[in-house]
Design a protein around this ligand. Structure first.
Ligand SMILES: Cc1cc2nc3c(=O)[nH]c(=O)nc-3n(C[C@H](O)[C@H](O)[C@H](O)COP(=O)(O)O)c2cc1C
Length: 177
């Protein structure tokens, strides 16, 4: 049975974290955009890990996507992806799900504000999911801005994501044993 690491990501940073978490989780896991997976099909998966950037201290909205799209784009700054379904809408489309789940987000600031991950685990719980592990935040730094997709991530964040994925696999495998 598959483990989904589903992400919303405008510039690819949350997507890169999702791929690193999936690597840490192992072969069963796939990292996939909200654009490329149907929440209705989650009924057959083993676990769900969902992640999104923090916008205005919570999940992105159509207004925050419009604000991001209005930012000036030049050679050093990629245009944001704003055509994928919002994570909040994707989560609303989940069926009732009695599986383990958790969340992650990417943000500039540390623990200030509740962030996207808290909103995600609340939505997962409302669908019947159990909490697999406390949610996790990963940090970006705008001083890193450049043309490659995950260039805003602070040093060490991908390794941290891989390690977190491996921890999640340990918890899942212990529960299955
Ligand atoms: C409209 C908007 C609002 C944001 N609000 C916050 C915020 O409240 N707190 C924060 O730490 N980062 C904030 N950020 C920074 C995002 O978290 C950052 O762009 C994101 O982690 C990059 O991930 P992505 O490449 O996957 O989109 C905001 C970004 C945008 C575009």
């Amino acid at each position: 049975m598959a483990i989904w690491v589903v992400y919303e990501s405008l510039w690819g940073n949350t997507a890169a974290i999702a791929r690193a978490i999936a690597e840490g989780l192992g072969e069963e896991a796939i990292a996939v955009s909200t654009a490329d997976t149907d929440p209705a099909e989650a009924a057959s998966i083993r676990a769900l890990i969902a992640g999104a950037p923090v916008h205005g201290m919570s999940l992105p909205t159509s207004e925050s996507l419009a604000a991001a799209a209005a930012k000036k784009v030049d050679e050093a700054h990629l245009a944001p992806r704003t055509d994928a379904p919002l994570m909040r809408d994707w989560l609303a489309g989940l069926p009732e799900l009695a599986i383990p789940a958790t969340a992650f987000d990417t943000r500039v600031r540390g623990p200030l504000g509740r962030g996207s991950s808290t909103a995600i685990i609340r939505a997962q719980a409302a669908k019947g999911c159990s909490l697999l592990a406390q949610p996790k935040s990963f940090r970006v730094d705008f001083r890193n801005a450049g043309p490659t997709e995950a260039d805003l991530l602070k040093d060490g964040e991908l390794a941290k994501a891989r390690a977190w994925g491996a921890q999640l696999a340990t918890v899942l495998n212990a529960a299955a044993a």
